[in-house]
Design a protein around this ligand. Structure first.
Ligand code: 4NP
Length: 144
């Protein structure tokens, strides 16, 4: 199973999701990566607030670097998981015809993870709460 977590910039929500999912699938045959639909931050490490907030819960994001979603991702990953509804719509638009990847919202309750980029530290914490919840549901699904 190969899972790609996708947000807009790939410096806040999807790197946090990558770190959380990777920690929770330890020992399972699951590949985890993340990418953004936008190119502004390609090559950058995650936002320092995301790094800090994740580190406080035991997830190390410092080594991650942002990249953009590529056409080949739609064949290279089994599940591509969108952080919010805009990311989901963009992924459906970017998906090459006939590409096998399953595209879905990351959070199982149809909730978008609100973009914390222009907000404060508590918004990163709230995003991480939702990401941990969604990751627990994903891992239960993968183990079933
Ligand atoms: P992310 O947050 O999609 O959770 O990584 C954002 C980061 C940067 C920008 C937007 C959202 N930006 O416009 O630069």
């Amino acid at each position: 199973m190969r899972v790609l977590c996708v947000c807009l910039g790939n410096i806040c929500r999807s790197p946090m999701a990558e770190g959380v999912v990777r920690a929770k699938v330890a020992g399972l045959d699951v590949t985890v990566d993340s990418a953004g639909t936008g190119a502004w931050h390609v090559g950058d490490p995650p936002d320092r607030r995301a790094i800090h907030c994740a580190a406080a819960r035991g997830y190390d994001l410092a080594h991650l670097r942002a990249r953009r979603v590529e056409r080949t991702d739609f064949g290279g990953f089994d599940r591509i998981l969108a952080m919010d509804h805009q990311n989901l719509a963009d992924l459906h638009r970017l998906r090459p015809v006939g590409a096998p990847a399953q595209i879905a919202l990351f959070h199982p309750d149809g909730l978008g993870i609100p973009d914390p980029y222009h907000l404060g530290a508590e918004d990163f914490d709230h995003a991480l709460d939702l990401i941990e919840e969604a990751a627990d549901a994903l891992v239960m699904h993968l183990k079933a």
